[in-house]
Design a protein around this ligand. Sequence first.
Ligand code: ATP
Length: 223
Amino acid sequence: MIRFSQVSKVYPGRHQALQKVDFELKQGEMAFLTGHSGAGKSTLLRLAMAMERVSAGQIEFAGKDITRLAAHRIPFLRRQIGIVFQDYKLLNDRSVLDNVALPLVIEGYAFRDIKPRVLAALDKVGLRDKYQCLPAMLSGGEQQRVGIARAVVNKPTLLIADEPTGNLDPQLSEEILKIFSEFNHNGVTVLVATHDLGLISRMNYRTLTLHEGRLVDSQEQTL
Ligand SMILES: Nc1ncnc2c1ncn2[C@@H]1O[C@H](COP(=O)(O)OP(=O)(O)OP(=O)(O)O)[C@@H](O)[C@H]1O
């Protein structure tokens, strides 16, 4: 599904954020990405969704080389990737319905097709009855579930999350991770960057560990 081959990233100012990273995430797999602050987790995720360009190496997505994707082709790639952020990134003056609808509006779906899809996505995260609420009326965990519904509403094949539980307490974090697991059981490939080693140890998934820009460990599931 996604393969990094000898990927390095040097930011302007010569900061080497990633060094010769090699890994493959197979279709339908779920993995955690971990490492200390500044290890390169966000950089790796941004490269995977072509928000940054590699300095060296190659990235393949669904069998296609996306390393030097032309700018006009990036939206086609992004449509296949759902993204969840630590701080939810919801529009606070828009309803839950409008927030989750956003990717479909951008893709040009007709309004009559949008609402049923949004409600189906909200159903999957247990928030169907809150579609008229504003984000401020929801708890942090609920806001993150809205963020997840927005990420999956156009049925991406890959779901990427950058510290999705960073603002949540342990119980809510586990609930959020269970939602990712459910999407994974339904065939979505999932990559979750997290500092939360407790959460990782409670959930039995492959773990990719970065240290100072190098992939130092790629632990398989123990089951
Ligand atoms: N746009 C940028 N320009 C220059 N340096 C950057 C840029 N983005 C990240 N870096 C540097 O690259 C390194 C890796 O950063 P990155 O954000 O990928 O780490 P991270 O593992 O996600 O960290 P955290 O857990 O703190 O979010 C850091 O030293 C950071 O300062």
